[in-house]
Design a protein around this ligand. Structure first.
Ligand SMILES: *Cc1c(COP(=O)(O)O)cnc(C)c1O
Length: 382
């Protein structure tokens, strides 16, 4: 499957200038000594990991972060070699040896991971850069406070043998997107005491960090040595409670566009798309948009998703199908090939990813991240 440089069916335009501006905006909101880890997991939330990583570094990001080791190794393979790259979602049997050779910062949440990374260090003869992850209350990955002393002691023993270097102590928030949620202060207290324990025991980390985008934007006391923004860098608000991206001074990076594939008149009373969940109320015009749930347009937005066509907002009529959906154009008669904008920055009246999140009863993270591989990314401002 190849599509030309000007893909006709659909495209996700990625505005790298906006991404760089967002990194600078975040930089201006943190103290000068605080470093930025640009989070580019999940193909940079659907925006393209390598292009976005390079743009973020150009704009002053200091570190890169991914979930899986494979994502981190792909950045190295693309030639991003002189920058620290951290990855945090390890599964037993993952390639710790390659991580050591690639100089990755590898997160360790428990003893099984420490044992695997130590074995890989012995086998390769290298020293593994590891970061110990504390579960300060999220209840997901990370080491519980009760198990922390043993993990710290074992890491120190491996450090004494030259097998690992503990480069970081870190954690992750559960509710940073809900300002004043009581868990925020509680997690910070636990994090400080787990850092304190590790440092008193002899760990001397390069970085301590806990802040995701919402904490970067709203919680200076959570910035420590480094912040890990993801969604904010892509110009999307972490949650409606924090305001829109415009309120936050951020510019959406992705615009999702398609070409209207068919326009036709239909009589009143005509069923539209699978299940006939929409029936035309009057004689009207229908437009066919060649994007569907295989492309990441959420089926949950059936009957609700907003689209801009010829300067007018229209709504998905009936079910989103795998490859296409229909809008009731309500009498508009655009030429086939006219641009349909599902979301973008909003400048021309087009919806935003945040609007689609409301329509699909989800978060805007999911809207941009799930845009599928069948949609070509077209880079602007490169
Ligand atoms: C995804 C992720 C981030 C970035 O979160 P945003 O809310 O997108 O800023 C930071 N840290 C970890 C551990 C993550 O998994």
């Amino acid at each position: 499957m190849t599509e030309t440089a000007q893909p006709r069916r659909a495209r996700a335009e990625i505005d790298l200038g906006a991404l760089r501006a967002n990194v600078r905006t975040l930089r201006a909101r943190i103290a000068p000594h605080v470093r930025i880890m640009a989070v580019v997991k999940a193909d940079a939330y659907g925006h393209g990991a390598v292009r976005c990583a390079r743009a973020a570094l150009d704009a002053g990001a200091d570190w890169l972060g991914t979930a899986t080791p494979h994502e981190a190794l792909a950045l190295r393979a693309a030639g991003i070699v002189d920058v620290p790259v951290m990855c945090w979602l390890w599964t037993p049997g993952d390639p710790w040896d390659q991580g050591i050779e690639a100089g990755l910062d590898m997160s360790v949440s428990g003893l099984w991971a420490l044992e695997e990374v130590v074995a890989a260090a012995r086998a390769t003869g290298g020293t593994a850069r590891i970061q110990l992850k504390a579960d300060t209350g999220l209840g997901r990955n990370g080491c519980q406070p009760a198990d922390w002393p043993e993990l710290v002691d074992r890491a120190l023993a491996a450090e004494a043998e030259g097998l690992v270097k503990v480069t970081g102590l870190w954690s992750h928030f559960a509710c940073a997107d809900e300002p004043h949620h009581p868990s925020i202060a509680a997690q910070l207290d636990v994090f400080r005491s787990m850092i304190d324990h590790a440092e008193k025991a002899g760990i001397d980390p390069e970085v301590r960090h806990i802040a995701n985008s919402p904490a970067t934007l709203t919680l200076p006391e959570a910035h420590f040595d480094l912040v890990r923004p993801g969604i904010a860098m892509y110009g999307v608000s972490p949650s409606p409670e924090l305001g829109t991206s415009a309120d936050l001074g951020l510019r959406p990076v992705m615009s999702l566009k398609a070409s209207v594939a068919l326009v036709k008149r239909v009589p009143a009373g005509h069923g539209v798309s699978y299940g006939h969940h929409y029936v035309t109320g009057t004689d009207t015009t229908l437009g066919l948009v060649p994007l569907g749930y295989a492309d990441g347009v959420p089926r949950h937005a059936s009957g609700r998703g907003p689209v801009l066509i010829d300067g007018h907002r229209r709504t998905v009529a009936g079910r989103v199908a795998m490859d296409q959906f229909v809008v009731d154009l309500d009498g508009l008669t655009p030429e086939p090939g006219t641009e349909a904008v599902l979301f973008g920055p909003g400048d021309e009246g087009e919806p935003t990813a945040e609007d689609w999140a409301v329509a699909a009863d989800t978060i805007a993270y999911e809207i941009v991240t799930r845009i599928g591989a069948r949609v070509p990314r077209v880079y602007l401002g490169g």
